[in-house]
Write a protein of this length. Structure first.
Length: 338
């Protein structure tokens, strides 16, 4: 009979975290722990007007003035979109954008400003074009091609009607839904949602907004910018609308593939984003955002959306492709230390 193996169990007594001489991670590398110490519901980001503000930084260059932090500390994609439209319109006075095509190239830290450089590539009678390059620490992080078009009267036209949607006064905000179920969700996502002051979202089905498995790749939500653009502020209108298009833009591609969108099972990152503006500036205190996804697979998810105002008039069409990956669960270490 072979001898029984001997298992040695090594016990280590660790000092309390606050004991003298205990090493601590630098605050900048302990984002989750730092945020966990903040009271839930606190507001740590500026409102939308501040997030869409720019300051001059040289010829054809502007710089962001307020951080817009996403779940992992990176810049929220909507800020790139809004500030690119803002910067481009500063170089095209009197013109209105009709289309934007953009790519998210690499991560930028929200804790540092982002520079926006505008190249004036064309100024014609009916069309103009601008290329906007966003960079941080000398590296390009985002690029947008923005086209301007002068409206033409007496041309063929048609408009789709909006989907049926519940009155926003009957709905619970996404902020409140996440706050009530914070213990079930990824802490970083919880912090991002409840601390964002730039807009509020109201899903037709609040549980769907949290990502319950859907029967189809589709989402419908009301969005309230905070604050909405002032009357007569054309730059504010287009920049606000561009910003809002990145809110829940890729939920539809993910909603059928995880028990909760925000439990950390699925990781997603926007890759490219396009907008077609269909309306002259108008009041947009509330916007209805309908998004569906005809395809998700091979690590990619494609989304297409339409925005309407409260009177049912179409405001914009949107497409976004996102990287969507299922997070691999950590492998258990089955080795026996002897």
């Amino acid at each position: 009979m072979s001898p029984l193996p001997i298992l040695y169990v090594i016990c280590v007594n660790l000092p309390p975290p606050d004991a003298p001489g205990t090493c601590k991670a630098p605050a900048g590398n302990a984002r989750s722990a730092r945020r966990a110490e903040e009271p839930l519901g606190s507001t740590s980001v500026p409102d939308l007007r501040a997030l869409l503000d720019l300051e001059p930084n040289g010829e054809g260059r502007w710089r962001s003035t307020s951080p817009d932090t996403n779940a992992g500390g990176e810049v929220f994609g909507g800020q790139y979109l809004g500030l690119s439209v803002h910067a481009a319109m500063l170089t095209a006075p009197g013109r209105s954008p009709h289309a934007l095509s953009s790519f998210f190239l690499r991560r930028a830290e929200a804790s540092s400003p982002v520079d926006y450089q505008v190249e004036q590539t064309r100024d014609g009678a009916a069309f103009a074009h601008r290329r906007v390059t966003a960079s941080q620490f000398g590296k390009e992080v985002f690029r947008a091609e923005i086209s301007f078009h002068e409206p033409e009267a007496d041309q063929p036209s048609h408009r789709v009607t909006p989907p049926a949607a519940p009155d926003i006064s009957t709905l619970k905000s996404h902020h409140q839904s996440v706050l009530e179920r914070a213990e079930e969700l990824d802490p970083l996502v919880v912090r991002r949602v409840i601390s964002r002051a730039s807009f509020q979202s109201y899903f037709a089905d609040p549980d769907e907004g949290l990502g319950k498995p859907g029967s189809r790749p589709y989402t419908l939500a009301w969005l309230e910018p905070s604050p909405p653009p002032a009357a007569g502020d054309a730059i504010g209108y287009y920049a606000t609308l561009a910003y809002l298009t990145d809110a829940c833009a890729n939920f539809a591609a993910r909603i059928m593939h995880a028990a909760q969108l925000h439990d950390g099972e699925l990781a997603s990152s926007s890759l490219n984003h396009a907008i077609w503006f269909h309306s002259a500036p108008r009041r947009i205190d509330r916007v209805l955002y309908e998004v569906d996804s005809p395809f998700s697979g091979d690590g990619l998810g494609f989304n297409r959306g339409t925005m309407f105002d409260t009177n049912g008039r179409i405001l914009a069409s949107i497409t976004q492709e996102a990287l969507i990956r299922r997070q691999r669960p950590p492998q258990k270490d089955t080795r026996i230390l002897i």
